[in-house]
Write a protein that binds this ligand. Structure first.
Ligand code: FAD
Length: 534
């Protein structure tokens, strides 16, 4: 089967690399010499380390060549109006074995660990999953919360990564190779360099043909792309076309696409800029900072050699001069360049795949960058596409289930984004307006539904059915003082187990706190372990 991928940004090269694992596909990737890649996108999710493992690529090599650093979660700062922080980690459970390892010479902590041993090798998830009715960890947290027996500061009592994040400490020791089954981490990367990295280290080595040609015409017949016509007049046909042309949507726009518009979500514009460090040992964070602003929010993403920053706002509701003023004041004291403005339509395709064409990445849709969702969408799209193409005799794809999965992913992301705007108690005219949407749309009820939805259980998240596991919805509710007293807890929990989990949480907290000063500073860790002292 001949597959032509159009677009040489992150989505095109990820698609080319992953699909080139299927030997019956003859893949060509075409990119324009005239249309640059978008050149933004720096925070990614656990899908990226998983992709690297699927491709058999060395993550330290990738990090050195793209200037990447490890990321353990997303820290929402100032969403209540002050300087409060709420880290949303990829997983709530801290690498306890690693803590145990660095604390091995401490009697006090050996004692603590002895009592934790009954929890199946210190993994409370395995413990809970082994119980007949498979309760969620959040069920216990909620039970303890309702009985006033737990620190109501959710990230602190729920997730020991919080300590590491706030103190720019890496939760791993120097010589550690990360546990691949843990999936507790991801990266801050340079999206463009990452595309080039998988191109050079995988796709081209696995037989993908690379053409640098500008497409001047897309000839269609019904729901199909018949051929591409290049500027030099030559033509390209294929059994399957993959549109990875970003906001250009060069192929998909010719197939009378129907779009779902996310009208409630405010962010349709960004000002972005790269910024230098003053002191990397203090500034290289192991989490993305998502900082609420007067008229939206801003990201602050540490890479090894510089930071990426940007302010997300609404072109309709916000005053651009005021946005620029606030952004400059808060972020641009060490700007490397003139800030760039970007604008997009908040929408997704109803049918990502149709006839002989499928859209992957931003060509398929974009809401806004919160929670670093686009690389996750790309990798979900590509892995699902590979499923459709895995049989050598495949000819016509029935896109129904593929389209449903992709649409669900976008809608789920939208719900997470919109409730950050509409439920945040942050003061100000912009935020008041957002809250009125939340009341009208009953968003309190929506996050409760999301919490209960089985797709968002631990098992659902591990199977990539959800980007936002249950604890994130609970965390959001607790952070913003939403009453959870009537949130359901199922199944019935025994008092002995509730006591047991409380003891586990307390031990985890004290052990982690005491362990903090034995772990390295982020920058020192990266310098020694990944960047060979450079
Ligand atoms: C403000 C902002 C912040 C973002 N932050 C994040 C983030 O933190 N995390 C995340 O995961 N994602 C983020 N993204 C998304 C991220 O930038 C993209 O997912 C990523 O860069 C991949 O883009 P792409 O490959 O789909 O498109 P692009 O990079 O735009 O590539 C398009 C390709 O199509 C080719 N092309 C276009 N027209 C033609 C033609 N006529 N003929 C031939 N080729 C053509 C171009 O040459 C280019 O190679 C962000 C996006 C924005 C706007």
């Amino acid at each position: 089967m001949k597959v032509v991928i159009v677009g040489g940004g992150g989505s095109g090269w990820i698609a080319a690399s992953y699909l080139s694992k299927l030997p019956h596909l003859d893949i060509t990737l075409v990119e324009s010499p005239k249309v640059p890649t978008i050149g933004v996108g720096e925070s990614v999710t656990i899908h990226v380390p998983r992709l690297l493992r699927d491709l058999g690529l060395d993550e330290h090599d990738m990090m050195r060549k793209t200037g990447s650093v490890y990321k353990f979660g997303n820290n929402f700062i100032g969403w209540k109006g002050g300087n409060e922080q709420s880290l949303f980690p990829f997983r709530w459970n801290v690498p306890l074995n690693e803590i145990k390892r660095v604390m091995k010479d401490s009697t006090e902590h050996n004692d603590a660990f002895k009592s934790l041993k009954s929890l199946h090798g210190f993994n409370i998830n395995s413990y809970l999953q082994a119980m007949p009715n498979k309760p969620r960890f959040t069920d216990y947290w909620l039970a303890l919360h309702k009985q006033n027996r737990i620190n109501p500061d959710f990230p602190v009592s729920y997730c020991a990564y919080d300590y590491f994040s706030k103190n720019t400490i890496t939760p791993y020791h120097n010589d550690l190779v990360f546990d691949p089954s843990g999936l507790q981490y991801s990266f801050h990367i340079n999206a463009e360099k990452f595309g080039d990295y998988v191109r050079d280290n995988f796709a081209l080595k696995h037989g993908v043909t690379h053409k640098v040609m500008h497409i001047k015409e897309v000839v269609t017949a019904g729901d199909n792309v018949e051929k591409l016509v290049y500027e030099d007049g030559t033509e390209e046909t294929a059994d399957l076309f993959v549109d990875c042309t970003g906001f250009g949507r060069v192929l998909i726009n010719k197939l009378n696409p129907k779009w779902k518009h996310y009208k409630l979500s405010p962010g349709d514009s960004a000002i972005v800029c790269q910024v230098d460090y003053e002191d990397p040992s203090k500034e290289i964070n192991n989490h993305t900072k998502s900082i609420a602003q007067n008229q939206g929010w801003a990201f602050d993403i540490s890479l090894y050699h510089r930071k990426g920053t940007g302010y997300i706002y609404s072109s309709e509701l916000c005053n651009e001069d005021e946005v620029m003023e606030e952004y400059s004041k808060n972020f641009l004291s060490r700007a490397r360049m003139e800030p760039r403005k970007l604008r997009w339509e908040k929408k997704r395709l109803y049918e990502s795949g149709k006839g002989n064409t499928v859209a992957i990445g931003m060509s398929n849709g974009f809401i806004e960058p919160m929670e670093a969702n686009l690389f996750a969408i790309i990798i979900n799209g590509v892995t699902n596409l590979a499923q459709e193409l895995k049989h050598p005799g495949v000819k016509n794809i029935n896109w129904d289930s593929f389209n449903l999965k992709i649409a669900d992913t976008y809608d789920d992301i939208h719900d997470f984004i919109i409730t950050h705007y509409t439920l945040s108690p942050r003061p100000g005219a912009f935020w008041d307006e957002m809250r009125s949407i939340g009341i009208q749309e009953k968003h309190h009820e929506l996050i409760r539904q999301k919490y209960v939805d089985q797709r968002n259980s631990f098992a659902g998240a591990v199977q990539s059915r959800s980007l936002f596991p249950d604890y994130m919805w609970l965390q959001m509710a607790i952070d913003w003082d939403i009453d959870v007293s009537d949130w359901p807890m199922y199944p019935k929990l025994s008092n002995t187990d509730i006591d047991f989990v409380q003891e586990y949480i307390n031990k985890m907290e004290t052990t982690t706190l005491a362990a903090c000063d034995r772990f390295p500073n982020n920058y020192e860790f990266l310098k020694e372990t990944v960047f060979n002292g450079g």
